[in-house]
Ligand binder design. Structure first.
Ligand SMILES: Cc1ncc(COP(=O)(O)O)c(C=O)c1O
Length: 424
């Protein structure tokens, strides 16, 4: 969408919606309703994306195939279950900027993170540290610490945390790079979120990868808040691995199957240690049921189990919509929608809150994190009672993310109206 100066007033929001070339996708999602039957203002795509209306028919199709074909569905369903996960490969690769052989949808995020660390965290006496953001998502912290223990090291000396400067909420690019420069020789793995889940800050993944690899570190990303939110070029950036979930911006449904990227240069790294399962075995000989594991080429070689078809089906529904809408149009709308939200909030000029998400478009995605000086939890509850769904992170942050696939400028306008009255 071409940038036009924002104005106050609902008419302006409606005019923006009229000009929005992808506004019609909103109709293809189910919106939760208030007690009075009104559509909620749903700004929680950073937590759980909305259900595509087509998800039901994708699931029904597989239920029907199962009912009619039983085990034969593996080979004779309209979309045979054996290669079913590959129906998602092309779109997933486009989404994260990868080659098809570099991505696979499997397991859940934390499981994939452990699988990746099993292969790519190879601590040695002089190089054993993992670099993470301070206050990384708890599951990442637990996973990382447990891997450090698993290898006989101790987080007190092997976990390195990046913290913002005193009085600041976000990390500065130069601080990340200088820490990598200083400590790089002892860092085995750099593991950062593509977008920080609390602040909404997007990191310079290309720069971090370059800086880390220059020092001989392995570089991986948790893209839970980045996939489907910001442009990604994992292959060109050269990241070693990445993992993400698909229930946030990707609208795959609660606990939906996650994604995993392994850079092409590791596709034939047969000697890398890995936790193996039969679905990662070379498919040409998988059903000979031999005793020795021979991994498939690329990311698929890290699969463990045969995939959950009923969980992949709604993800297909959502990824079809992503493809139709187009990543460029989505990003253009997202930048505009979030800037509009920022514009309206800043006009309130209230000392009761501040936005901690970076201002620059390149340093954030859809989410704005609003730090509330006091009574924030109550404010959040009041908004929820008033049909606004965002979410609260202790101790003081209210997170909202207008998702370009289904949110409108009017949603944003109405949210700010309700937020203003809740503040008062
Ligand atoms: C940044 C981040 N990492 C990891 C996770 C954990 O994901 P899962 O429960 O799918 O393993 C989440 C979940 O919200 C997350 O936001």
């Amino acid at each position: 969408m071409t940038a036009i100066p924002f104005q106050d007033g609902e008419d302006f929001a409606l005019a923006m919606d009229m000009r929005d070339p992808i506004a019609h996708f909103r109709k293809r999602f189910c919106f939760p309703k208030t007690k009075d039957g009104e559509e909620c203002i749903y700004l929680c795509g950073h937590s759980l994306g909305l259900q595509p209306k087509s998800a039901r028919s994708y699931i029904d199709q597989e239920l029907l195939e199962w009912a009619n074909l039983g085990v034969e569905g593996h080979f004779h369903a309209k979309n045979p279950w054996m290669p079913y996960h590959r129906l998602l490969t092309r779109q997933t690769a486009e989404l994260v900027g990868a080659e098809a052989a570099e991505v696979v949808v499997m397991n859940s995020l934390t499981v994939n993170l452990h699988l990746m660390m099993t292969s790519f965290y190879r601590p040695a006496k002089d190089r054993h540290k993992i670099l993470v953001e301070r206050g990384a998502f708890p599951s990442d912290q637990y996973a990382v610490k447990s891997q450090i223990h698993f290898h006989g090291f101790n987080p007190s000396s092997s976990l390195l945390e990046l913290a913002p400067r005193d009085g600041e909420s976000c990390l500065r690019g130069e601080d990340i790079e200088s820490l990598i420069d200083r400590e790089g020789d002892s860092i085995a793995l750099i593991l950062l979120g593509g977008v920080n889940y609390v602040t909404g800050q997007a990191f310079d993944m290309a720069g971090i990868t370059k800086a880390g690899q220059r020092k001989g570190c392995v570089v991986g990303f948790d893209l839970a808040h980045a996939a489907g939110n910001i442009p990604l070029c994992l292959h060109d950036w050269g990241a070693d691995f990445a993992v993400w979930c698909s229930y946030k911006y990707l609208n795959g449904g609660p606990g939906c199957v996650a994604g995993c990227f392994v850079h092409e240069r590791h596709a034939r790294a047969w000697k890398l240690p890995r936790f193996a399962g039969w679905w990662g075995h070379d498919e040409r000989t998988r059903f000979q049921m031999g005793p020795d594991f021979r991994p498939m080429l690329g990311a698929e070689g890290w699969q463990l189990s045969n995939p959950p078809i009923l969980a992949l089906a709604p993800l297909r529904a959502s990824m079809e919509i992503f493809s139709e809408a187009g990543l460029e149009r989505l990003r253009a709308k997202s930048v505009s929608l979030t800037s509009y939200l920022e514009f309206l909030l800043e006009r309130l000029a209230s000392p009761k809150f501040c936005i901690i998400t970076p201002r620059e478009h390149g340093r954030r995605g859809a989410q704005l994190s609003i730090q509330v000086s006091s009574g924030g939890r109550k404010l959040c509850e009041q908004l929820a009672n008033n049909g606004v769904i965002g979410d609260w992170r202790e101790p003081d942050t209210f997170r909202v993310a207008p998702a370009p696939l289904y949110n409108s400028f009017q949603d944003v306008y109405r949210f700010v109206l309700r937020f203003t009255s809740a503040l008062q």
